[in-house]
Design a protein around this ligand. Structure first.
Ligand SMILES: Cc1cc2nc3c(=O)[nH]c(=O)nc-3n(C[C@H](O)[C@H](O)[C@H](O)COP(=O)(O)OP(=O)(O)OC[C@H]3O[C@@H](n4cnc5c(N)ncnc54)[C@H](O)[C@@H]3O)c2cc1C
Length: 263
């Protein structure tokens, strides 16, 4: 039977562009340029490698995001994924992490899966909580933050590198994994891949298709609220410490650190 791999990919505001919040302190995802979260390219890469070493496999990429989030899906399709699912609904604006995990879990269940692959974190929210929440919602094991991952005999196996040790982890499928930016360079889409992606199927689902009440998602259903957001102050000019070779500079630096109670 075909190994069904689902990859969660997020469409995020381009970090090199002008990013902003809307009036109700929600990230502006409509009027800014966006792209496939760079950390999710690693997830797509690992899914494609697992699929490549299986007898028969299908890779589906799933996103929850605004209309332009199809750009992220097309990029993943051009890398080699087979098909895509886009969850889009006006009532999703303001959805927080628990809401996102509910929406993605329903979309993944509807698609059918043996293995869900996520990135280690998104490059905008950067909470890194979605994979664990997703596993809980789906009622399957989670093996997170892997820098190496493989699938054989109905088991997913991976290595998680910590500061002092590396763990070998294993779970029976179906399962959720997340992979780090150490898992291997993501491939660039080839010209052939880009052309082929234009013809690959992208299914669009809304909250009704997923049988989710609008009150369970969006700002209304959010467990968290952003009360204030302030712009980071501009960097101030640094202080230059000069030393004429008499060790005065070192004394000044020590005094600077002592004044601020660093030493
Ligand atoms: C239109 C829209 C409006 C939103 N408004 C808000 C808001 O007002 N307040 C708020 O707190 N959150 C909001 N969110 C949700 C938020 O952006 C995150 O998706 C969610 O909170 C998860 O947190 P994170 O990005 O830190 O994910 P992490 O936990 O850091 O992500 C880990 C991994 O989960 C997967 N993943 C995460 N998000 C998605 C996604 N959307 N689609 C597919 N895969 C995903 C990726 O594989 C990612 O690498 C909104 C999302 C959308 C699409």
């Amino acid at each position: 039977m075909s190994l069904r791999i689902v990859v969660c990919v997020k469409y995020v505001p381009d970090a090199t562009g002008d990013r902003r919040f809307t009036e109700d302190l929600v990230t502006d995802r409509e009027s800014v340029d966006g792209l496939l979260s760079e950390l999710d390219e690693y997830a797509v890469e690992q899914a494609l490698q697992i699929a490549g070493s299986a007898d028969d496999a299908e890779v589906t990429v799933v996103t929850m995001g605004p209309a332009d989030a199809t750009d992220a899906l097309r990029k993943a399709l051009s890398m080699g994924a087979d098909k895509a699912v886009h969850v889009e609904d006006d009532d999703l604006v303001g959805t927080d992490a628990p809401g996102t995990s509910l929406v993605l879990a329903r979309a993944i269940e509807k698609t059918g899966y043996d293995l869900v692959v996520c990135g280690m974190a998104s490059t905008d929210g950067t909470m890194g909580v979605l994979p664990a929440m997703l596993a809980e919602r789906l009622g399957v094991p989670q093996v997170t933050l892997l820098s190496e991952v493989s699938v054989a005999d109905g088991l997913v196996t991976g290595r998680r590198d910590g500061d002092t040790a590396s763990e070998q982890l294993q779970a029976a499928l179906p399962a959720v994994v997340s992979v780090t930016d150490q898992s291997g360079e993501a491939r660039y889409p080839s010209f052939k891949g880009i052309m082929a992606a234009k013809k690959k199927p992208v299914e669009t689902l809304d909250l009704e298709d997923l049988e989710i009440d609008a009150a369970e998602a969006g700002l209304e259903g959010a467990w968290t609220t952003v009360e204030e957001a302030v712009e980071r102050p501009a960097r101030t000019k640094g202080e230059v410490v000069e030393d004429e070779g008499e060790g005065e500079g070192a004394k000044q630096l020590a005094g600077f650190l002592a004044d601020r109670k660093f030493i």
